[in-house]
Design a protein around this ligand. Structure first.
Ligand SMILES: NC(=O)c1ccc[n+]([C@@H]2O[C@H](COP(=O)([O-])OP(=O)(O)OC[C@H]3O[C@@H](n4cnc5c(N)ncnc54)[C@H](O)[C@@H]3O)[C@@H](O)[C@H]2O)c1
Length: 397
């Protein structure tokens, strides 16, 4: 299947073979469970002809009533309250791990050992050691593996990558990336949740939001070699669900400057304390021949600037609507300008993964493998180490 075109008209695509079926076992039924289930359901008719048909075999969560309702709502054949049973299910070919970060490693390694292909949400591990163990297990088992760095699968980001890869920007000088949210500000009275607990999340804004920026930096610019960083905790104590007081031990915010192996430098920043910022992710790349800017809240657009554009009198950033049939993934959707949304990144990334599993394609370079998840976690670890020691730190892979 072509990801960047190849389907002639919206309704005119023809399937010239029966698509293979792959059984899906989904761990987690809340935010990501919903986003992934929605994506699997759309693949057979929107990504047409589908590379494979995902069969929704089973979904797993801890609350029996909640997971039973989720199975009914999303259309899974059965449900489990213990992930061991999900992995033991013989109809499950792809294990999709949408659980919190502390439930990434053990189920993922068990799934690999059971011969399941694995899609795991980001950050892959709570540490590089956990990620490496998952990558090693998947490699030993010879199964396909992919991490949920879904922003790689937005058409505008993929177009940015193609422009950079083709040399249109020339040498890259700068990468500037910001991811801001506001949901833990004092006026929200946010209690302790798993995203604020060190044991569960591993790290804070860095793991939750920053890892997306790290991955996009690696995807668009290249390998990160060195970092200098600062972190802050702004609210140390929060109420817990059982009426006690919890202590926040992970970053509410971080800033980092990074050096890439190819000589570019960059800045990364993420916080959940930015008033008015709901899900504000900006990525900018400045090269020898131009610049590219992406804004997640305007995700069908790229702002581009070309040094040699004419006429000079009206030179400036141009806004490109990324919705042409020739743009990545767009031939699966609507006529130009009939825009798509955030959830489509999951449809695209999971289409890619089922295609890799069913038709034995490589997940990389466009999908993030467990190696990419491990490398992102190595950069995160260097950022935390730099903040702790107040020194520049070279990333150790
Ligand atoms: N790619 C993205 O943009 C993106 C966005 C949000 C979250 N995430 C990642 O997805 C993962 C899940 O986040 P979420 O926002 O969906 O969390 P969530 O709290 O909304 O959902 C977690 C689900 O996991 C289930 N669960 C937790 N522990 C379990 C266990 N031991 N056994 C079985 N089920 C268990 C819960 O019942 C719940 O259904 C995290 O790793 C997070 O970082 C990625």
């Amino acid at each position: 299947m072509s990801e960047s075109g190849g389907f002639t008209t919206m309704a005119g695509a023809r399937a010239d073979r029966e698509a293979p079926h792959v059984g899906i076992g989904m761990l987690g039924y809340a935010f990501m469970g919903k986003a992934h289930s929605n994506a699997f359901k759309k693949i057979p008719y929107m990504m047409y002809p589908p590379p494979a048909i995902p069969d929704l075999v089973a979904i797993c969560g801890r609350n029996p009533d909640g997971v039973a309702e989720a199975a009914k709502r999303y259309g899974y054949k059965r449900y489990y309250t213990d992930w061991h049973e999900l992995i033991a299910d013989e109809e499950v070919a792809i294990f999709d791990n949408g659980a919190p970060n502390n439930a990434h490693m053990a189920p993922t390694i068990a799934a690999a050992e059971a011969g399941k292909h694995i899609f795991c949400e980001k950050p892959l591990g709570r540490s590089p050691e956990e990620s490496k163990a998952m990558w090693d297990a998947a490699t030993r088992a010879g199964v396909k593996h992919m991490v949920g760095f879904n922003y790689r699968f937005l058409p505008a980001i993929r177009l940015a990558r193609e422009l950079i890869e083709s040399g249109k920007l020339g040498r890259i000088y700068h990468y500037r990336a910001t991811y801001l949210q506001e949901w833990v500000l004092p006026h929200y009275h946010t209690p302790m949740t798993w995203r604020l607990e060190k044991d569960v999340a591993g790290c804070g804004a860095l793991g939750d939001l920053g890892t997306h920026l790290i991955d996009l930096g690696r995807f668009l610019v290249g390998e990160v070699e060195t970092v200098a960083a600062m972190t802050r905790i702004f609210t140390e104590h929060r109420p817990t669900a059982d009426g006690k007081v919890g202590t926040v031990e992970i970053d509410d915010a971080f800033v980092a400057s990074v050096g890439f192996a190819n000589g570019a430098i960059g800045t990364l920043e993420a916080t959940r304390f930015a008033a008015g910022r709901k899900n504000h992710e900006i990525v900018e790349v400045n090269g020898e021949f131009g610049s590219i800017e992406f804004d997640l809240e305007r995700l069908n657009e790229l702002n581009v600037y070309w040094v040699d554009s004419e006429p000079k009198t009206t030179q400036g950033f141009a806004n490109v609507k990324v919705s042409e049939p020739s743009h990545p993934w767009w031939s699966n959707w609507w006529p130009q300008g009939h825009m798509i949304g955030w959830e489509h990144s999951f449809i695209h990334e999971l289409t890619h993964f089922v295609d890799c599993v069913a038709n034995d394609h490589e997940v990389s370079p466009y999908g993030a493998t467990f190696e990419d998840g491990y490398r992102a976690d190595c950069v995160s670890a260097a950022i935390l180490e730099s903040a702790r020691t107040r020194r520049h730190v070279d990333v150790v892979y």
